[in-house]
Each structure stands twice: as structure tokens, then as C-alpha cells.
Design a protein around this ligand. Structure first.
Ligand SMILES: [Zn+2]
Length: 163
């Protein structure tokens, strides 16, 4: 077997990113310095371009997450991302509630089924306790994983300079 060569590239650049405020409509540009890093084992001929792309991504994010220089409002891009996050959070909440209810029913049904396997109650206690805890933790983990994640929010970056 041969070895896999990993190509890596790092780049830094200055980008001009347009900014439009979702609150007061102020449209401007911001200049931001950003770094990008890329690693690839396959597309080595593109590693420079990938690093450049990563740098642009960081720059775009830094500018669109900045508050409006006039009114501190969010950019249109961030406002869209926030709205999308809220939509996702709402549907995920419904899904989690439904799944949680089904999970709880299954958990109790299986715990009861498990308890009936034992002849006397004193013996059943620890076994059923472990069973319930084990599946309870798994159910909780699944519900947490289904969460919408961190909400996007405004944050000023020292690297962003508005025109
Ligand atoms: Zn504004």
C-alpha cells in the first residue's frame, strides 16, 4: 500500500464584502482581512483555491454577522439565517416532542415487560432500573442531538472595517 499525501495550504487576504442592513436599509461595504486554510488528499491541484474559498467564507461571515454601523441592526444575510434557524427550531421542537412522547411510551412499556420477566419484585428492581436508565439516557441523547444548534447572532469583529 502506498501512502496518502495530504496537501495543505494557507492563505490570507483582504476582501470587500457588501453589507445591507435589514433594519434601516443602509447599504455599504466592509473591508475585512481573513485567513483560510485547506487540507486535501485528493484535489491537490485545487488546494490553493480551496484555501482562498475558505478565507472568503470567513470574511463573508465576519461582515454579515457584524452589526449595522448606523443602527446596530443585523445584515439581511444574518436576518435570513436567523429566520431560517427559528423555522428549523420550531419544526425540530414538534419533532422532538412527538419523538419524546413515543420514546417515553416505549420506555415504560419495555420496562414493564422487563419487570414481568422476573418472578419476584425484589429481584426486578435493579434490573429494571438499569434498563430504564440505559434507554432513558439514549432517548435523551437523541432528543438533544435533534436540537436546532446554536442560533446565529450578531457579533462585531475587530477585523471588519466599514467603508
Ligand atoms: Zn441599520
Amino acid at each position: 500500500m502506498g501512502y496518502v499525501e495530504v496537501w495543505s495550504s494557507e492563505t490570507a487576504g483582504t476582501f470587500d464584502i457588501p453589507f445591507r442592513c435589514a433594519q434601516c436599509g443602509h447599504a455599504t461595504q466592509a473591508r475585512v482581512r481573513a485567513m483560510g486554510h485547506a487540507r486535501t488528499a485528493i484535489e491537490h491541484h485545487r488546494v490553493e483555491a480551496m484555501a482562498q474559498q475558505a478565507a472568503y467564507g470567513h470574511a463573508f461571515r465576519a461582515v454579515t454577522e457584524s452589526p449595522c454601523p448606523r443602527c446596530q441592526g443585523p445584515s439581511t444575510t444574518l436576518a435570513e439565517r436567523m429566520a431560517e434557524w427559528e423555522r428549523k427550531a420550531r419544526t425540530r421542537k414538534t419533532l422532538r416532542l412527538a419523538l419524546g412522547a413515543v420514546g417515553l411510551v416505549l420506555l415504560f412499556a419495555s420496562s414493564a415487560g422487563c419487570a414481568s420477566l422476573y418472578d419476584d419484585i425484589a429481584q426486578a428492581g435493579p434490573g429494571v432500573g438499569i434498563w430504564t436508565t440505559f434507554w432513558g439516557v439514549i432517548l435523551l441523547g437523541i432528543l438533544l442531538l435533534l436540537g436546532p444548534g446554536k442560533s446565529p447572532r450578531r457579533q462585531a469583529s475587530p477585523w471588519v472595517q466599514f467603508a
